[in-house]
Design a protein around this ligand. Structure first.
Ligand SMILES: *Cc1c(COP(=O)(O)O)cnc(C)c1O
Length: 413
């Protein structure tokens, strides 16, 4: 019989240097956030809700200013009414691209939900980029790295946007570091006038620098992931150069009005408080992910990334090999969550997915993946994708609950 408490204690001892490095990153990022709050004189008045047009919403303006500064960008557009990460990314793409332009993805196929936006799947006539005459080209990663030779060849005059996805998402590929993206950006900028746009989902605050500080023109993400710090109730952000953000803002609202309008109806405080917490929350999620990798590696399962590998996002993949074990893992995560811990998740058919999917999500905010959550498609090799954890203590308890379920099943056989 495996003694899980003992295993956990041993794992934490072995990970202590790793955890110390994460504390340092969170400290540096918190320092940056605090300095920016001070410089922009964030005050209680900024929490006041506006209604109607939302003209002169000082809270909205200060949120944009601190996001831009902390992420090393000229400008930002942070809004509760950007409904998710896909909406933020689509707003950026529609803002930058015009008929006849080419969108070149240089990290392989973009995240699933962008396929219909681009027009790779879905119903013609729905208004995808393809419907507007925007062409799409792609280079795949080669041995997990950008294929510079192929990118150089495809970087023709018609390429208006070079698209980089930082996180592996649900693909089997490495996540790019900010520096990897910086190198790619320099390569593109030396050869073309194209905008470099980054899908930064799950990457924020995992390092002390973001892709926009290294030259990317536009970057987007979700507030119910890293930068919302577990506090933002909803929303998304874009940041980058003044012009790129302006073009995105014209797409989000209307040409002319852009980011100058939009009532914040009481969301400013949560967004600011979440940004204040985010460096810390991301650290807690990273510690939880690394702890999970370590525990399940000790139990004989494959973890990607492995417990000792560098990390540039908060996603942890764990390979279970058998459907019952994937279900046991998700069950354990659910039973170790703060909300709906009494519920048992079952695999089900989801629209847009080929196979049945099982999900564990006992979260305060619906669908928030900065909170402890897991999901996996019911197909070989039965991989659980797992992320989040608002506090390391609760994340650790969730991971141990999952380990207990997996072990109980293994001991039966
Ligand atoms: C989460 C995510 C998105 C956006 O997903 P939403 O569910 O729309 O927020 C896009 N790209 C990547 C890599 C992601 O992880």
């Amino acid at each position: 019989m495996v003694d899980l408490d003992l295993l956990a204690e041993k794992a934490e001892k072995e990970l202590s240097l790793r955890f110390a490095a994460l504390e340092k990153t969170a400290f540096e990022n918190t320092k940056k956030v605090l300095a920016s709050f001070k410089k922009h004189r964030v005050s209680e008045a900024h929490f006041a809700p506006t209604t109607g047009y939302g003209y002169d919403d000082r809270g909205r303006e200060v949120i944009d200013a601190v996001y831009a500064e902390v992420f090393g960008a000229e400008s930002a557009l942070v809004r509760h009414n950007i409904v998710n990460g896909t909406h933020a990314l689509a707003t950026g793409l529609y803002g930058l691209l015009r008929p006849g332009d080419t969108l070149l993805s240089v990290t392989g196929r973009p995240y699933d939900t962008l396929e219909e936006v681009i027009g790779l799947t879905g119903v013609p006539g729905n208004g995808s980029l393809a419907d507007y005459g925007v062409r799409y080209a792609q280079t795949d990663l080669k041995d997990g790295k950008p294929d510079f030779e192929s990118i150089g060849r495809k970087l023709t005059k018609s390429v208006k946007v070079v698209f980089i996805q930082r996180s592996k998402g649900y693909l089997n590929r490495p996540t790019l570091s900010a520096e990897n993206i910086g190198e790619l950006t320099r390569f593109v900028k030396a050869r073309s006038d194209a905008y470099v746009m980054v899908d930064n989902c799950y990457g924020e605050f995992t390092e002390t620098i973001e892709p926009t500080a290294l030259g990317a023109d536009l970057m987007a993400g979700s507030l119910i992931k890293n930068p919302g710090g577990g506090m933002a109730e909803c929303g998304g952000y874009l940041c980058g150069t003044k012009r790129a953000v302006e073009l995105a803002s014209y797409r989000l609202t209307t040409v002319g009005a852009g980011g100058e309008v939009g009532a914040t109806v009481g969301q400013n405080k949560n967004i600011l408080k979440g940004f204040f917490y985010a460096p810390h929350t991301v650290k807690e999620a990273l510690k939880t992910a690394i702890f999970a990798a370590k525990i399940f590696e000790e139990l004989g399962f494959e973890a990607e990334p492995s417990a000792h590998a560098p990390r540039y996002d908060i996603i942890q993949a764990l390979r279970f090999g058998r459907p019952e074990l994937l279900c046991a893992f998700c069950r354990g995560i659910q039973w170790g969550s703060p909300i709906d811990a009494f519920v048992t998740p079952e695999p089900y058919k989801m629209p847009g997915y080929q196979d049945e999917v099982i999900m564990a999500a006992g979260t305060f905010t619906a669908g928030a993946s900065i909170e402890l959550s897991a999901d996996g498609p019911m197909r070989p090799p039965y991989t659980a994708y797992f992320q989040g954890g608002l506090t390391y203590e609760s994340g650790k308890l969730g991971v141990l609950s999952a380990a207990k379920e997996v072990l109980a099943l293994e001991n039966q056989n």
